[in-house]
Design a protein around this ligand. Structure first.
Ligand code: ATP
Ligand code: MG
Length: 567
């Protein structure tokens, strides 16, 4: 991968893997996996896991498998399957021919379940789900054994095969591991291995009506694939004993090790698929790929380069303690890449008409502009100038305060790559609103330099009215108006903290003609305004741009002026 790539930093998982490789464990091999559940789109948290798993494999000369954890047919959809594969590829990773599914192993898992029954380590329980919960006990109280716990092996084998044959309804019985109802670890209190779900599966169709639980499927899937390091998030720490119990009690072909790390939480957004699904279904956003979403599809549409996301994932590091990562760090990583890659153009979001009185009616100048000062190979382009131009409304003040150096009556400023202009008159409508400025230009300043060394304090971007393209520009702010909406106490939910101003649509933008035909997905820097990405909704008649990220200085300044603190 070329470009701005961040160097790998040490972390505890790298150390574990490095030690294992050095000591020759697993024959010195490294095989990791990324195991998404196809019940939603991938988000930036998943990116952390993808980068970690594929990154470790690459670093130690190993491989990373891609495995759909498809044990829950009720929530899984092909749309999610396709989007997940697309997003992992987009992020820059390749599983080659190693695409697996937990469902590939349903037969094997079923046989293994029978083995546990045969050795007296699993039983069919006929308690209801509610009773099972009651019997489980609490952190301070031991559980109670089910009256069905001591069914004979043959009875259990018979019931289990009848579960599979579809003789029972959903919830009528389950298969449980027989471990220890008094274990201080609740996960070991006879965990459910199989439940009945009379639902077709996107991969196995109607073959099964019993489906394995994640805990029962995951470790054995790892073992079947020869995974050496099974990396997951901290909430599985207490499940590790169970992960190991299954591997200890089954005749598995290899012995993976589960290692947990802290999940990524990002300020001002949510990261759980359940909540993201709610945002989509309840139409708080336009879809999973809405540019405000923390999904990879949303970030792609917003214009975040995959390289920036990889760098961000490297920068946040890998630890065991959960924290809330500042959104600014992600934006920093985005700017860093775009600064090097994005072509500069001029666009006026809120146009104010400027007539250059001493500029000939029927003429235009073709002025040379630099495409990217960070990249000499990006070359130059011509920008047309003519008698009527647009500047940004914000760049003019009739009665400027002391700190305002941009255009005002009688003041001279530079138009980027063009000329110095001086404002000589202000035209207003009947409401007293400024509708037009009358200016004069100095032909001797062509290109933006004054031959007599005359100084101006501001350089403005502009677009020639006669040549301008019309555009819609979508400006985004954070999805939530507070950094952390995870604590839903007092009856409030994260939805109470949705930022009503997260999308502002600017309809009347005027764009430099070089943007004609700009294809969806390409990101530009609009000079002085930020980075903007062409949206798939864009048409030749009306270009549509998403603001990817503002320019840092503007951000810092605006935030300071508004007294806004963004960590
Ligand atoms: P969610 O809570 O969003 O539903 P999940 O864990 O149920 O996430 P999976 O599809 O099972 O989603 O996740 C696939 C992999 O990505 C798992 O290994 C999981 O640990 C990891 N992962 C999920 N969310 C995060 C996160 N926020 N940070 C880091 N890794 C994550
Ligand atoms: Mg999961």
């Amino acid at each position: 991968m070329e470009g701005v790539e961040t160097k790998a930093t040490p972390n505890f998982i790298r150390t574990i893997v490095a030690d294992d490789v050095k000591s020759g464990k697993n024959g010195g091999k490294v095989l990791t996996r990324f195991p998404p559940e196809p019940n939603g789109y991938l988000h930036i948290g998943h990116a952390k896991s993808i980068c970690l798993n594929f990154g470790l494999a690459a670093e130690f000369g190993g491989l990373c498998n891609f495995r759909f954890d498809d044990t829950n047919p009720g929530k899984e959809e092909i749309e999610y399957v396709d989007s997940i594969m697309n997003d992992v590829r987009w992020l820059g990773f390749d599983w080659q021919d190693r695409l697996y599914h937990a469902s590939d192993y349903f037969d094997r898992l079923y046989e293994w379940a029978r083995d546990l029954i045969k050795s007296g380590k699993a039983y069919v329980d006929s308690l209801t789900a509610e009773q099972i919960r009651e019997y489980r006990g609490t952190l301070t109280q031991p559980g109670k054994e089910s009256p069905y716990r001591n069914r004979t092996v043959s009875e259990n084998l018979d019931l289990f095969s009848r579960m599979r044959a579809g003789e029972f309804s959903d919830g009528q019985c389950v298969l449980r591991a027989k471990i220890d109802m008094a274990s201080p670890n609740l996960n070991l209190r006879d965990p459910v291995m199989y439940r009945i779900r009379h639902l077709p599966h996107w991969k196995t169709g109607d073959k099964w009506c019993i489906y394995p639980m994640y805990d029962y499927a995951h470790g054995q899937s790892d073992a079947l694939e020869g995974i050496t390091h099974s990396i997951c998030t901290m909430e599985y720490e207490d499940h590790r004993a169970l992960y190991d119990w299954y591997l200890d009690n089954l005749d598995v072909p290899s012995r993976p090790r589960q290692i947990e790390f802290a999940r990524l939480n990002l300020a001002y957004t949510v990261m759980s698929k359940r909540k993201l699904l709610q945002l989509v279904q309840e139409r708080y956003v336009a879809g999973w790929d809405d540019p405000r979403m923390p999904t990879l599809a949303g970030m792609r549409r917003r214009g975040y380069p995959p390289e920036a996301i990889r760098n961000f994932c490297e920068r946040i590091g890998v630890g065991k303690r959960e924290s809330l990562v500042d959104y600014g760090l992600l934006e920093y990583s985005v700017r860093e890449v775009l600064n090097v890659k994005a072509h500069r153009v001029m666009a006026v979001l809120r146009p104010l008409k400027v007539v250059i009185e001493n500029y000939p009616e029927d003429r235009d100048d073709q002025l040379e502009a630099i495409n990217n000062p960070e990249d000499p190979l990006a070359g130059v382009r011509k920008v047309p100038f003519s008698k009527v131009i647009y500047i940004e409304r914000d760049d003019f003040m009739e009665n400027p305060p002391k700190q305002f150096f941009r255009l005002s009556p009688g003041r001279e400023v530079r138009l980027r790559y063009a000329f110095f202009i001086t404002c000589v008159d202000v035209v207003k409508n009947e409401n007293g609103e400024v509708t037009e400025l009358r200016c004069v230009y100095d032909p001797a300043t062509r290109g933006g330099d004054s031959p007599d060394g005359r100084k101006v304090k501001a350089t403005l971007h502009w677009v020639s009215a006669a040549h301008a393209l019309d555009g819609q520009v979508r400006l985004y702010d954070t999805l939530l108006n507070r950094p952390d909406a995870s604590d839903e106490e007092g009856g409030s939910t994260f939805k109470d903290f949705i930022n009503p101003g997260s999308l502002e649509v600017v309809e009347e933008a005027k764009l430099e003609p070089a943007l004609a035909g700009a294809p969806a997905g390409v990101t530009y820097q609009f000079e002085r305004l930020g980075y903007f990405c062409v949206d798939p909704d864009s048409t030749p008649d009306k270009l549509v741009f998403n603001r990817t990220v503002t320019l840092r200085d503007t951000w810092a300044k605006v935030a300071k002026a508004q007294g806004v603190k963004r960590e």
